[in-house]
Design a protein around this ligand. Structure first.
Ligand code: B12
Length: 219
């Protein structure tokens, strides 16, 4: 099987929601010598994006998307260790979570994998994370950066709540806040007072590295 065939089949496996096949093909692609980032960019992500398009056109229903999401997760599980940088945890520490009311996980999963590949230590505090949990985990782990993910317009304002609470707890100035997810924009990040916005997982790593270069008082 050629590299192109494996990547196409993996994309189809994610699209069709065949998690066992997605797992096997991701492993096969790695065994074949394909770089983990290429597998993610050219196969796993296009698979879930196409599933999302079918959902939008009412050709896919929620159970179909749940199956695609599971296949996405399984494929990522295989390639995740290969994305992790050998200089693990030397770049900085990130606490990342999806805001309250929001159960979407896949974007955060990718950002987490890419940040790790960029040498960050990443602590994932999960989905549907309350403001209180964000504060508690930040106090516990003392990160350089807090990453907030939000995937629906209806949960966007939760990000503002986290920022306000960080401020009220007296810890806002001790860290940087980076936000991301489908409905967010640079303008929204500016509006709520976040330090950076990441368009995608690659941009998130670049922005996180830039944030680490600046002393806190000028961020
Ligand atoms: C998969 C999916 C689901 C799956 C989630 C499975 C899972 N485990 O995550 C399921 C089926 C469970 C689901 C449920 C729902 N969903 Co949904 N879902 C999607 C879908 C199709 C894809 C999202 C996704 O995973 N994309 C792939 C990832 C890799 O991309 P991404 O999320 O954009 O992330 C990238 C960037 O945004 C960025 N990024 C992401 N996070 C972060 C964080 C930081 C810090 C940074 C810097 C960057 C960053 O980097 C990522 C990688 O490049 C989208 C449609 C879409 N096009 O986005 C709808 C979508 C997000 N869902 C939507 C809705 C409405 C729902 C439901 C309410 C449906 C329902 N009626 O029940 C529920 C909500 C449940 C809840 N309370 O959260 C709407 C939201 C609309 C809105 N109001 O804004 C969307 C946009 C679909 C639509 N067009 O209507 N969903």
């Amino acid at each position: 099987m050629t590299e192109t065939n494996i990547l196409n089949d993996l994309k189809e496996a994610v699209l069709k929601g065949d998690d066992d096949l997605a797992f096997d093909l991701a492993q096969k692609a790695l065994d074949n010598g394909t770089a983990a980032i290429k597998i993610m960019e050219e196969s796993i992500v296009p698979g879930i994006q196409e599933a999302g398009e079918l959902w939008k056109r009412n050709e896919y229903f929620q159970p179909d998307i749940v199956m695609s999401a599971e296949a996405f997760r399984m494929a990522m599980e295989v390639i995740d260790p290969r994305l992790t940088s050998e200089e693990f945890s030397t770049t900085g520490k990130v606490v990342i979570g999806t805001v309250a009311g929001d159960m979407h996980t896949l974007g955060k999963l990718m950002v987490k994998a890419m940040l790790r590949s960029g040498g960050f230590e990443v602590i994932d505090i999960g989905e549907d994370t309350s403001v209180a949990t964000f504060i508690e985990k930040v106090k516990e782990h003392d990160p350089d950066i807090v990453g907030l993910g939000c995937y629906m317009t209806t949960t966007m304002l939760e990000m503002k709540e986290v920022l306000t609470s960080l401020q009220n707890s007296g810890i806002r100035d001790k860290l940087r806040v980076m936000i991301g997810g489908v409905p967010t924009t640079q303008e929204f990040a500016d509006e709520i007072g976040a330090d950076a916005w990441g368009k995608d997982a690659f941009d998130a790593v670049e922005k996180a590295k830039k944030l680490m270069e600046k002393p806190l008082e000028v961020v």
